[in-house]
Design a protein around this ligand. Structure first.
Ligand SMILES: [Zn+2]
Length: 218
């Protein structure tokens, strides 16, 4: 009780106003981070509530992405709307409340991955796939988890020339190293952790720090 509050927002695609549940800032307690900085929370998990789906058009996005469509062309928006018309039926009941179930959350992250691909935002495609992978990790479904992490890396790799923020580049180098480590390619893991550390030597980014830590064992 008392960990949640209701907020409202407006769908960036169709303009519909809708309510959603947020976790109170004081209720977010991180117990620790796993090797790829997946947070383990004591109490409610904010990653369940940081993704929203419009109840009218099914546009699905990270809650902070309210202006994600600002520079998007009319044609792309049309493509998106057409895609969502078909995808909406598979979603089942759209739920942005604290009662949303894990199957719906998985569908949200999977759909977000496709939507951000249509919007040509490889960093957010990868972020959606990594979040989805983490849910499978929590369920001990390691093959599904790894497949999704590797897909996230592939997306970043295929779009390497278009990665235009440090955040996206760091995500690429780190997860290329991390997934290599997970599948036993130690040499490749070391290579990519070194690339990350070399490029962002003085950065305080936690992924750079983690790469330094993981590299110690290689
Ligand atoms: Zn909408």
């Amino acid at each position: 009780m008392g960990d949640f509050w209701e907020d409202s927002t407006t769908c960036p695609l169709c303009g519909r106003a809708f309510n959603y549940t947020k976790i109170k800032y004081d209720s977010i307690r991180i117990e620790k981070y796993e090797d790829d900085l997946k947070p383990i929370f004591k109490g409610p998990n904010p990653l369940y509530f940081s993704i929203l789906t419009c109840p009218k058009c099914a546009f699905t996005y990270f809650s902070e992405d309210t202006d994600v469509l600002r520079k998007v062309s009319k044609d792309t928006k049309k493509d998106l709307k057409n895609y969502l018309k078909r995808a909406r039926d598979k979603l089942g009941k759209i739920d942005n409340t604290k009662n949303k179930d894990i199957d719906f959350l998985k569908k949200q992250y999977a759909l977000a991955g496709i939507i951000y691909r249509i919007l040509n935002k490889p960093g957010n495609v990868a972020k959606s796939l990594i979040r989805l992978a983490w849910i499978f990790r929590d369920e001990d479904k390691i093959m599904e988890e790894l497949k999704l992490l590797l897909s996230a890396v592939t997306i970043l790799e295929e779009n390497f020339k278009n990665l235009n923020s440090d955040e996206e580049l760091i995500l690429y180098y780190f997860f290329k190293g991390y997934t290599s480590l997970r599948i036993g390619k130690r040499k490749e893991a070391k290579e990519f952790f070194n690339k990350l550390i070399g490029r962002y030597r003085n950065s305080k980014n936690p992924y750079v720090k983690k790469a330094e830590f993981l590299k110690g064992d290689l």
